[in-house]
Write a protein that binds this ligand. Structure first.
Ligand code: DOR
Ligand code: ZN
Ligand code: ZN
Length: 355
């Protein structure tokens, strides 16, 4: 019999759910099913939808759909946009955090001007986090803002040696910054981009082997969270003339990280900090009572045929891992068992809520 390991409900603070406007890629039902299949019971949805989650109307309507459809707990990010800064205080009541895109990626949300950055840091409520898509020297911009306004900044999907070392320096000075790293930036590098072509294209792009080594070297101190950046696009879109960046990640994140545990690259306790304790503390997320994930430490192969995500493909197809998610229990209910999602649509809670 394989060893069974019990974990708390894991939290993914970086998921793209594609509602509204991209439901052919993913919706709340398929995205939250993928989360449960991956051992994740709470996800934070990104705002780069069509239209984006940058007005109170769109954010509120999306939260209503999430409430009807979600199979696990869901919080939504509000998206910063230069045209909508007056809305920031109203957006906050429906959002868990604010996302600012400083660099080019999928969708139109972008902030490139100082007045918008000042408005974000001055008017977004202090008790809610500001998260950033920041690459290369944009990380320095984010660190400067954290220092200038003396408020926490969370850096999404840090992928390069220069970025993680800059964040380590900022932390050493006591600045209130945190960061996440994705499994694809830990388990793939630019050589996989050559092997897999556009299926291994995302923002930030895959790093050099030296970047990857730096992320692993900082996993026990500078890195705060593992986050998936689950960014589903259909195979047809990826193979089109204008392929969008992004790869799915909800169903592969935990089993990949547990494989690293089996290889003694990190401890199980550290995995729990990175995928549960720290995400909850940094984003002020509620506890999920009577919630746990049971995994079997047994060899398995990642197969895209069994994926719950609507996109139906993963760059990790065929990869051997050392763990399988067996059962997920959310608030006392078995919501996933042996490959089957058992949760009812609407049984997930939408944050912020009075738990
Ligand atoms: O590769 C990416 N895809 N990076 C992002 O920042 C956005 C995401 C998406 O929404 O597809
Ligand atoms: Zn991003
Ligand atoms: Zn993202």
């Amino acid at each position: 019999m394989p060893e069974i390991v019990t974990l708390p409900g894991l939290i993914d603070v970086h998921t793209h759910l594609r509602v509204p406007g991209g439901e052919h890629k993913e919706d709340f039902r398929t995205g939250t099913a993928a989360a449960l299949a991956g051992g994740i019971t709470m996800i934070l949805g990104m705002p780069n939808t069509t239209p984006p989650l940058s007005t109170p109307e769109v954010l509120q309507q999306t939260a209503v759909i999430a409430q009807q459809e979600a199979l696990c707990d869901v919080g939504l990010f509000a998206g910063a946009s230069p045209e909508q800064t007056a809305h920031l205080p109203h957006l906050a009541s429906h959002a868990v955090a604010l996302k600012i895109y400083l660099n080019d990626t999928f969708g139109p949300l972008r902030v490139e001007d100082v007045p918008t950055l000042r408005a974000c840091f001055q008017t977004w409520p202090h008790e809610k986090l500001i998260a950033m898509h920041a690459e290369k020297q944009s990380v320095a911009v984010g660190i400067g803002l954290a220092a200038a306004y003396d408020r926490p900044v969370h850096f999404c999907h840090i992928s390069r040696r220069e970025e993680i070392e800059l964040i380590a320096d900022a932390k050493m000075r006591g600045l209130p910054v945190t960061c996440e790293v994705t499994p694809h930036h830990l388990f793939m590098d630019e050589r996989d981009r050559e092997r897999l072509g556009i299926l291994a294209d995302m923002r930030p792009v895959l790093g050099t082997p030296d970047d990857v080594a730096a992320l692993w070297a900082h996993l026990n101190d500078t890195v705060d969270c593992i986050a998936t950046d689950h960014a589903p696009h259909t195979l047809a879109e990826k193979q089109s003339a204008t392929p969008p960046p992004g790869v799915a990640g909800l169903e592969t994140s935990l089993v990949l990280m547990l494989t690293a545990v089996a290889q003694n690259r990190l401890t199980l306790n550290r995995l729990i900090e990175l995928m549960h304790t720290n995400p909850r503390r940094i984003f002020h997320l509620p506890e999920q009572p009577e919630t746990r994930v049971e995994v079997a430490m047994a060899p398995a192969v990642i197969r895209q045929e069994t994926m719950k995500s609507r996109c139906g493909w993963t760059p990790f197809h065929g990869r051997e891992v050392s763990a399988q998610v067996k059962r997920v229990i959310l608030r006392g209910q078995v919501v996933y068992a042996d490959g089957r999602v058992l949760a009812q649509p609407g049984s997930g809670m939408i944050l912020p809520s009075l738990y």
